[in-house]
Design a protein around this ligand. Structure first.
Ligand SMILES: [Zn+2]
Length: 427
């Protein structure tokens, strides 16, 4: 990589910004650190000879060329560092050929690589047939308010990729909805609570029983623990809500326990936990429907179970409602986002997968995924790297890292992809 030392110097500066979402201030909607990181990035782009736009510190843009538009979108905000680091998370460090720092893989390095590659493309004097628009998101980790704001100021390109997912390339993402199932509250129990977020398998839930709701034998049977003041605890294992099969839900044992004591939650267990609908068998090429009951609470005198529902294209939410209706259960459902699907054989996906395969020597095919990425900012957007299959960069965890080898490999893949897209007649 040309300019490698300069690249590392810029990366070092970028990592040093503690760009975790902070208090909104005048001119800094997501806090001063994110604004400073964005402004540094845009200043470096200008110094490298690329024009920029700042959407009022909600989002930035660097662009190059003229013609059919190609979008690239990453983000400069990061999740909090958390505990367990062996190094200062906001100071780039290197040990045995591996770099460490919060935001290294997610998503500062990929974003900066794309900037450096655009500069190389400019310097190459290759006649450009495309307009490249690199967007620097500032609120990817929290609520995508950056995207919402930028939409009021510009129109995003139809086609593009986000270097904020996995290799090889994911051409499809499932849709997501939140379904709330409503049941009568229990008679012999005062309260039930479990789950913190809608997109993670509930790993901890509690039930508060009246005296008649305590039965030692049944507690033992369901692996529950009795604490002070008739509080019953259930412990599970968390997993992403898009992969409930990888976790162990803490809500189910509490419902089973209550059923054994005469409460009627058999439907809740059968449908929500044992998939009586057979949702998991409804499949397309992009995978199957999943439902993860992640939050339970008593609200307005009713027991409510909130579920993370994921569905592959071309299935629609209406079709899922038709399935739900068969149960006669009372529910409410809202769409979080629709499915994303880009033609596998189209020029965008085929250019990216070819670049990946040629540089890595693999023979991979485009994949679909259950999670949601910035790719969906573009109507025909795909996620493309930077995580390699079977490698764990500790994204969102302590000691987030990236080996120099993978950094350079990612650079080569992105460079080939970005240069080759210019040669495509039409996306
Ligand atoms: Zn990210």
């Amino acid at each position: 990589m040309e300019n490698f030392n300069l690249f590392i110097k810029d990366l070092k500066t970028l990592i040093s910004y503690k760009s975790v979402k902070g208090k909104s201030e005048d001119g800094a909607p997501f806090g001063a650190e994110i604004k400073n990181a964005l402004q540094f990035f845009l200043r470096r782009a200008k110094e490298l000879g690329l024009p920029t736009i700042n959407y009022d510190n909600y989002m930035g843009e660097v662009f190059l060329g003229e013609g059919e538009e190609i979008g690239i979108i990453g983000h400069i905000d990061v999740v909090p560092s958390g505990n367990g680091w062996n190094t200062d998370p906001f100071s780039l460090s290197e040990k045995d050929g591996t770099y460490y720092g919060r935001g290294l893989s997610d998503d500062k390095t990929p974003l900066l690589l794309c900037l450096y590659i655009l500069k190389e493309l400019k310097d190459s004097k290759i006649p450009l047939t495309k307009k490249y628009r690199l967007f620097i998101g500032c609120d990817e980790e929290s609520g995508w308010q950056d995207v919402e704001y930028a939409k009021t100021k510009t129109v995003f390109p139809s086609f593009g990729f986000s270097p904020d997912g996995d290799f090889p390339v994911s051409y499809a993402e499932k849709g997501m909805a939140i379904a709330t199932f409503i049941f009568d509250k229990p008679k012999n129990f005062i309260d039930i609570k479990g789950g913190t977020v809608i997109n993670a398998v509930c790993a901890f839930a509690t039930l508060i029983a009246k005296d008649c709701g305590i039965d030692e034998k049944l507690l033992y049977k369901h692996n529950l623990m009795l604490k002070e003041n008739n509080v019953i605890e259930s412990i599970g294992v968390s997993a992403h809500g898009s992969h409930p099969e990888l976790g162990k839900n803490a809500i189910k044992p509490l419902l089973s326990y209550m059923c054994d004591l005469g409460e009627d939650y058999n439907d809740a267990i059968d449908y929500l936990f044992n998939d009586k609908w057979g949702l998991n068998n409804i499949k397309t090429e992009q995978g199957n429907i999943t439902l993860s009951p992640d939050v339970i609470k008593i609200e307005n005198d009713k027991l409510k179970i909130l579920c993370d529902v994921r569905f592959p294209a071309p299935i629609t939410l209406d079709e899922i409602k038709t399935v739900f209706d068969k149960s006669g259960l009372c529910y409410d459902v809202s769409l979080k986002h629709d499915t994303q699907l880009v033609a596998k054989e189209g020029n965008l996906v085929s250019t990216l997968i070819t670049a990946y395969n040629e540089i890595t020597g693999n023979n991979s095919v485009p994949v679909s995924q259950s999670g949601s990425t910035f790719a969906r900012v573009f109507p025909f957007g795909v996620a493309f790297g930077p995580e390699f299959p079977n490698e764990n960069a500790s994204i969102h965890e302590a000691n987030e890292h990236l080996s120099e080898k993978n950094l350079l490999l990612t650079y080569e893949i992105y460079k080939k992809a970005i240069f080759d897209l210019n040669g495509v007649e039409k996306l």
